[in-house]
Design a protein around this ligand. Structure first.
Ligand code: SER
Length: 894
């Protein structure tokens, strides 16, 4: 074959090579890791296979190959700060990997890596430029490289525990503090003398000359919390090669940002911003960040102020700031999605399918941030001006930027760094903690039960068939997150059983509640979750005590299960009906189903209209009334997709998936298809008729481009309809009308009210003009001129003008000041005859009054108006007015 050159070809070649070695190609898992609460984002190819290494997840293959989307931002592995400033750091990258689950081990892993890298049939790299490292004591790996591959001793480097503890080494890889791990052997490529840097193990190893391209981990142990290394059921292999790094080598460039994909993205960014590409770090940042941002949104992350959503927000804001630095005036970042799709859309179709949604999500976040960016930058510039290189920016300033202007602290640090200034992160953290405490004090703080324990136990789920199981055995007990032998009355904790009927929260469905009983006690289950392969029951001992290894009876609360099943099945019907009525552009973005809640979030730019809501309700209720049996089948994911089953991006699906179909869609040509067909592991009704009734209760927007429908089923829906019905009956009674007449009657009432308001207005006018007649009684003479100063009750700004006009017609040469007083508001108005405006102007009078009454106003010399809140001060101000007028009107001594 011709040797691959473009990144896309290298990815393809890698997969084909390992397929030719009997590896199954497993698609990239979502960036949101499943069942691993300790991990923020998928950050290595092996994440999705963690349980395969531990032997608790069995697949029908023992060799796998994948190109895995990875994000290293915000979590334990955080490369965000380095992006743009080094040749090889990214927030998002693709990891090519081959895996053996108890199949081949070191010898084959090494031989495969070498063949793929050096064979002229594959990458054809110059073997003389390759170096390898092995774990110091790993003679086996050393010998394979030396004897089987023929690598000379001077190009095999042994690295021991160089990080200060046993197994803490560049050549010992572990996913985390616990879990599968083992010694590793890394392949390095020499970029040549003109690049600075030294071999691994030398002080210059961090340079860019010798770059690690491939890490082969020989998985052998399962590290326990206390540090003990339990052997894995079978030695395994996990390898990882960064696609961007290997592309740089193949394309003969020294920086990942010079490979084909990045050159295209950087050129697109420069074009968008109307500048030349001169290697600006900001262009690299934008090109890097659009990948992380687009893939995260495609996998269901939405910008927010916490967790994954906040990492996404930080990356977007950092990109926007770098755009701003390059002169961007308007939202530009979202326009990078199209060039990204040109590069990666073929390999990742979800980008293409969700293009519009990804763009609008970014654009909205960009525009929102643009509102505070300029102000925040000005504040920061002022702060930085007072400091010099080497100084520290205060935590207070960083917090203010965060809290008021939405500057994530790493964004502030990024800008400060450009001035060689660091920020007081500890000071910032102190302020943040104080804010968190305020938030905690203000509301309940949710505990994530699954994150408090980390277990390798596996539980079999029996709940599809049964609600109760009397021969479960208690395999683990946790109190305060620590394993223990016994849990006593009143204590909260976690029980793990070998098998259970309790459904663990997942696929949008809430975890179940119920009871677990043993001979010695009763445990009330309040929530059920998953941790790895274990189903964990969280709750409290209500009677006696519970012990490890006891036989238990587990009983799910049946009413709650039935209600949840109704809601869950109705969610599927709603999803299908929504797509029928609103269109295929509707993408599920999340759902929450419990015994009480049915909530469905989906992407859609416009609100769903009341007519559409009606149609959706009708369609769903038709399916309910057809009362067809729910069908559950197991099949391969490909087969399921072929059948048109809807799957959620981001959900992790095994080789065999559970496919749930409900109802029938009848086509004219006689070919019927399921009305709803979805991949789902949840609990459902047996027949659609079990749902009873379906009623939508609200439709609203919850985030940029995302809508939420809430609905009720069964008795809950009936109750809602009955309540509405009772309200109508009550209304009919109050209106003394029959129900069909209610609308007309309310309309009549509204018309009548409007008529009465008009009448009232007319009466007020009349009242005002009769007051006007009386107003003439108030004439006083100031400096030889007629002046009227008066307050009129019940008159507002609108009513005062006719009064003034009326007075003016009666007093052609005068100064008139009227104050309307209505609904706690004062309306100020003044008219001055033209001949007097040289001495005093109406606007001056109103401004003078407004100033003293705490209001505002102004106008022309002959007429001005204003307003002020009602104040006790009014009488005094009006009493003083004649003197003030006199001072203006009296001839001045010259
Ligand atoms: N898990 C190893 C790594 O991330 C090899 O894939 O480097």
């Amino acid at each position: 074959m011709t040797q691959p050159y473009r990144s896309a070809d290298i990815r393809q070649a890698f997969i084909e090579y390992f397929q030719s070695k009997q590896h199954t190609h497993v698609p990239s898992a979502s960036l949101i890791p499943h069942n691993d609460p300790t991990l923020l984002f998928t950050n290595a190819g092996m994440n999705q296979f963690k349980d395969c290494f531990l032997g608790i997840d069995k697949r029908d293959y023992s060799r796998a190959v994948s190109a895995q989307k990875c994000v290293r931002a915000g979590g334990k592995h955080n490369d965000l700060d380095n992006v743009g400033y080094t040749a090889r750091h990214h927030t998002f990258f693709e990891m090519l990997g081959n895996f053996s689950f108890g199949d081949y081990f070191k010898k084959d892993a090494i031989a495969f890596a070498w063949e793929f890298l050096t064979s002229k049939d594959w990458l054809g790299l110059d073997a003389d430029r390759l170096y390898v490292t092995v774990y110091e004591t790993d003679d086996e790996a050393y010998n394979h490289w030396h004897d089987d591959i023929g690598l000379p001793a001077e190009r095999i480097i042994r690295i021991g525990d160089n990080k200060g503890a046993p197994y803490a080494s560049d050549n010992f890889w572990a996913m985390g503090d616990t879990g599968p791990c083992g010694p590793c052997s890394e392949v390095f490529y020499d970029h040549g003398e003109d690049v600075e840097g030294g071999l691994p193990g030398t002080p210059e190893e961090d340079g860019d000359r010798y770059i690690e391209v491939w890490n082969c981990v020989f998985m052998q142990f399962n590290r326990q919390k206390d540090g003990t290394m339990d052997p894995l059921p079978a030695p395994s292999v996990d390898t990882g090669m960064g696609l961007e790094r290997i592309s740089a080598i193949i394309q003969g460039v020294h920086s990942n940002y010079e490979i084909d994909m990045f050159v295209a993205l950087i050129d697109a960014a420069a074009k968008l911003l109307g500048i030349d590409n001169q290697g600006q770090a900001s262009l690299k940042v934008i090109a890097d960040h659009i990948r992380a941002v687009s893939f995260l949104i495609a996998d269901g992350v939405i910008p927010s102020n916490e967790g994954r959503g906040y990492v996404l927000r930080r990356i977007i804001r950092r990109a926007v700031r770098h755009g701003n630095k390059l002169g961007a005036q308007d939202a530009f970042f979202y326009q990078m999605v199209a060039p990204l799709i040109e590069q990666m859309g073929a390999a990742y179709p979800q980008l293409v399918e969700q293009q519009a949604f990804i763009e609008s999500t970014i654009e909205k976040e960009e525009s929102q941030f643009a509102k505070t960016l300029a102000q925040g930058l000005r504040l920061l510039a002022t702060e930085l001006e007072q400091l010099k290189a080497g100084d520290t920016l205060s935590g207070d300033a960083a917090f203010k930027l965060y809290d008021t202007y939405g500057f994530p602290v790493d964004l502030t640090a990024d800008i400060a760094r450009e001035h060689d200034i660091i920020i007081d992160e500890a000071g910032f953290e102190t302020q943040m903690e104080a804010q968190r405490q305020r938030a905690r004090d203000a509301g309940k703080f949710d505990v994530d039960y699954s994150s408090v324990i980390n277990t390798d136990a596996a539980t079999e789920f029996l709940g599809y068939e049964q609600l109760q199981e009397d021969k479960a055995s208690i395999i683990d007990v946790y109190v305060d997150g620590k394993p223990t032998k016994q849990i006593n009355e009143g204590e909260e904790g976690i029980l793990i059983l070998d098998h259970t009927p309790f459904y663990a929260e997942g696929g949008g469905q809430a975890g179940e509640m119920g009871e677990i009983r043993t001979q010695t006690g009763v445990f009330s289950v309040q929530d059920t979750k998953k941790s790895g392969q274990a189903i964990i029951h969280h709750g409290v001992v209500s009677v006696g005590s519970i012990h490890v290894e006891q036989i238990a009876e587990a009983q799910v609360m049946s009413s709650i299960r039935a209600a949840s099943a109704k809601n869950h099945s109705a969610t599927h019907l709603l999803h299908a009906a929504l797509r029928q009525v609103v269109g295929d552009k509707v993408q599920q973005k999340g759902s929450l189903v419990s015994s009480e809640v049915l909530r469905f979030d989906f992407s859609c730019d416009t609100p769903v209209s009341p007519e559409q809501i009606n149609r959706i309700e009708k369609i769903v209720n038709e399916q309910i009334q057809a009362n067809e049996a729910t069908r559950i089948e197991h099949m391969s994911i490909e087969e399921a997709k072929q059948k048109g089953a809807m799957a959620l991006f981001g959900e992790k699906y095994g080789d065999t998936v559970r496919v749930l179909s409900m109802g029938t869609h009848r086509y004219q040509d006689g070919i019927d298809t399921p009305f709803s067909i979805e991949l789902c592991g949840g609990l459902h009704v047996h027949r659609t008729g079990d749902i009873g009734i379906f009623k939508i209760t609200s439709e609203s927007g919850i985030a940029a481009g995302i809508r939420r429908i809430e609905a009720l089923t069964g008795m809950g829906a009936l109750k809602y309809i009955q309540q509405g019905d009772a309200q109508l009956t009550q209304l009919a009674g109050q209106l003394k009308a029959k129900r069909p007449e209610i609308a007309q009657r309310v309309q009549n009432l509204a018309d009548k009210q409007r008529e009465l308001e008009k009448q009232l207005e007319r009466l007020n006018q009349k009242l005002a003009s009769s007051q006007a007649a009386n107003l003439l009684d108030n004439i006083q003479n100031i400096a030889g001129h007629d002046v009227v100063i008066a307050t009129v009750k019940g008159i507002d700004g609108k009513g005062i003008r006719p009064l003034i006009d009326d007075l003016k017609s009666k007093l052609p040469k005068a100064i008139i000041v009227l104050i309307g007083d209505k609904d706690n508001q004062l309306a100020l108005a003044s008219a001055v005859s033209k001949t007097l405006t040289k001495q005093i102007k109406a606007g001056d009078i109103i401004r003078h009054l407004a100033e003293q009454l705490g209001g505002k106003g102004g106008g022309k010399p002959e007429y001005a108006q204003g307003g002020a809140p009602a104040t006790d001060n009014l009488a005094q101000v009006l009493d003083d007015l004649p003197n003030w007028l006199e001072s203006k009107l009296a001839p001045q001594d010259s």
